[in-house]
Write a protein that binds this ligand. Sequence first.
Ligand SMILES: [Zn+2]
Length: 377
Amino acid sequence: MTTYKAYKFRLYPTKQQRHQINKTIGCTRFVYNYYLNYQTKKGYKKSKYLCQDLKNLIKTYPFLEEIDSCALRCAIFQLEDNYKLYLSQKSNIPNFKKKYQKQSYKITYFKPTHITKDANIELNIEKQKIKLPELNYIKIKGYKKTTKINGDIISITVTKELNNKYYASALYKEIQKQEEKVTPKTIVGLDLGIKDLITTSDGIKYSNKKTIIKYEKRLKRLQKELSRRKNKTKNYCKTKLKINKLHIKIKNSRKYYLNEIANEIVNDHDIIVTENLNTIEMMKNKSNLSKYINDASFITLCKLIEHKSIQQGKYYYKVDPYYPSSQICSHCGHQNKITKDLAIRSYICPVCNRILDRDINASLNILSCGLVQHYQK
Ligand SMILES: [Zn+2]
């Protein structure tokens, strides 16, 4: 089975290298925006045509000559991908890239056919360094225990985060041998929610982590501080940088926490069943909850669980989003419409008189659905 896997490294460029990276980012953004503008005026053109036109653009703007041409072409391919999504109505029309966002550029791996010539990218994980076009070797940090990545490198994306740190994400194509499937002994159903992030059918509840909530309070305070500052002054920029750093901190600690939960669940169970969440639909219906739905990163969590289950030869199932998991009594099957009200946390089933915890009951129903799916296969 072929899989694609990204390895992310922190980069430690010298002052000169930082300068070159920033220049490349700026120029790729220029090319992207130039051809986006061009296409909005003259209609969609294939990347093949635009790549040919790039030669003229470089003649008009000679500063582009100092940049690795592969990076410039990649900007065109990225534009094409975004444009195709728009044309197939899967996303909005591509936006112009702005200077004050997370910045990045991509280069694809290329090895000249001539034996004496080196490839344009060289990643040495053991010596913790990477060679990129126009940049020579840059010190990297990450995956210290790995000595070699078994696979073919496809591309590198160099990113400058809003906290002014640099990263490289290396995409590898790997041939993975199919993990042997385990004989399932344990099964768990997961109910995803806003009050508790996850409730398992074993009765365990994972809440939103307190540190993340603490950071979010600090973020609110800083945003208030920013609103008092005058735009583009020194103090404004200082606060802005603090906010950016905190945003990244929140993102990372959330990612870490979700990974921790996913590991625990997949390690402890052989069949895992979740709801198949349609968060975009959810956000439309319950707009006041949308912030929390977005925050809880349900989709990320489900993807992590799915990925980890496949890796360990376990089973992962998703339940139809329209299945009324919180309305049905997991004991007698009676459907109770009053539970549509999210405020009702527990209730007594009018038919079998059992006291049902809303979330645990839902997770038990999800579990049964998963069992049906597993044995129908
Ligand atoms: Zn009942």
